[in-house]
Design a protein around this ligand. Structure first.
Ligand code: ATP
Length: 358
């Protein structure tokens, strides 16, 4: 029997609560399937470690997890450490060297969940947003000089490379092709940004020639926010830059009912390094320790992890179990207007997984 080795990095805030829940559900799923097992190694990397030692992870941290089959990540961030320090110290310190350049964010309205969009009840909203995850506006290139002086200057340079844009476009076209509608929207801002974004558009058109069976269109990011809210049924697969997709996917998560539900995968498609799976929400310090964090975003990220590991039957079973639970309003956490706890939802998903009629 195959045993997958997973690095669990709960991080900060509610990250620890949802990862505990995720580990329980994934173990239950593997046990029910009976054809594979999951061995979790836990890493206490995060802000507490940073405050104690000055580093979020050990110097050889990446070496420690390089050989794992995948990474399950919670969230990183505490109120008294600047967000950019945390982001570059942990999440990006894993994503970038492991070349997890494709960030995939599915959005659907799960059964029992109400979208804030009046005209949308379910099938009208079924999207996958592909975020370029290695360069663009978050390349880290730039600098700051003359600190504190009136002539202080700060720059962040957006980097768009032919290699980087080509590979994310191919990934997005392949993903669009694998979905029934074969429909891709390329988000851009080439009217205002006339170098990097024009290269982005040109490469999209070049790559599109290899996918005659995929219909694609191009949309300015500002217009895209309106299309997502007013004509959600016209969208299927979306590809956007690091910054644009960061913003659009939070909008998507809110339109699907709650930030607590949305999953994401940071993929190294060539599998030279482990890929990382995480709920898109942050540490949510306002609800930390109360036992009411919605674990569904982590469970759905677990579904994506099982798909990536090559366990489609287990992934589909876990997704059905999640949907059975969301369909019951008595199992909704407070972010969805309910009164259930993290433990209630976790136990219900484990029960659903065990059921013969799932
Ligand atoms: P960070 O800076 O780490 O991104 P944040 O608190 O600014 O953290 P999020 O954690 O992403 O932002 O969430 C914003 C709000 O959404 C939270 O304050 C919380 O109330 C709610 N929220 C997010 N995730 C969940 C969840 N899993 N369950 C319930 N509520 C959630």
């Amino acid at each position: 029997m195959r045993t997958y080795r997973i690095a669990a990095i709960p991080g900060d805030g509610i990250g620890t609560e949802v990862i505990d829940a995720g580990v329980e559900v994934l173990n239950a799923c593997a046990g029910r399937e009976g054809t594979f097992a999951i061995a979790f190694d836990h890493f206490d990397w995060g802000s507490a470690r940073y405050k104690r030692t000055g580093a979020f992870m050990p110097d050889d941290g990446r070496e420690q997890i390089k050989g794992h089959d995948a990474i399950l990540f919670g969230s990183a961030g505490v109120p008294d450490v600047p967000d950019h320090v945390t982001l570059w110290g942990l999440r990006l310190a894993i994503c970038q060297p492991f070349d997890q350049y494709a960030n995939v964010r599915p959005t659907r309205i799960l059964p029992g969940i109400t979208s804030p969009l009046r005209a949308v009840s379910g099938p009208e909203l079924d999207w996958v947003i592909v975020r370029e995850n290695s360069e663009g506006e978050y390349s880290g290139v730039g600098g700051r000089v003359h600190r504190g002086l009136p002539e202080e200057v700060a720059t962040d340079v957006s980097m768009f490379t032919r290699t980087g844009v080509e590979r994310i476009m191919r990934f997005a076209f392949d993903l669009a092709r694998s979905r029934p509608r074969k429909l891709l929207t390329v988000v851009t801002k080439s009217n205002a940004q006339r170098h990097g974004m024009v290269l982005w558009d040109e490469i999209a058109a070049e790559v599109a020639r290899g996918y005659p069976d995929v219909s694609w269109d191009k949309m300015l990011v500002d217009a895209m926010t309106m299309r997502m809210t007013l004509r959600p049924q016209t969208i299927d697969t979306v590809v956007a830059t690091n910054l644009h997709a960061d913003i659009l996917s939070d909008l998507a998560a809110a339109l699907a009912g709650s930030l607590g539900i949305a999953p994401t995968a940071n993929l190294n498609p060539e599998r030279r390094f482990p890929s990382m799976f995480e709920p898109i929400h942050g540490s949510a310090f306002d609800i930390m320790g109360k036992g009411i964090a919605n674990p569904v975003g982590t469970f759905w990220s677990g579904v994506m992890m099982l798909e990536h590991l090559g366990e489609p039957a287990a992934a589909a079973r876990l997704m059905r179990a999640i949907e059975r639970v969301t369909a019951d309003p008595s199992l909704h956490t407070p972010d969805l207007g309910g009164r259930a706890t993290t433990a209630d939802v976790t136990a219900a998903v484990c029960r659903a997984l065990a059921a013969d009629n799932l």
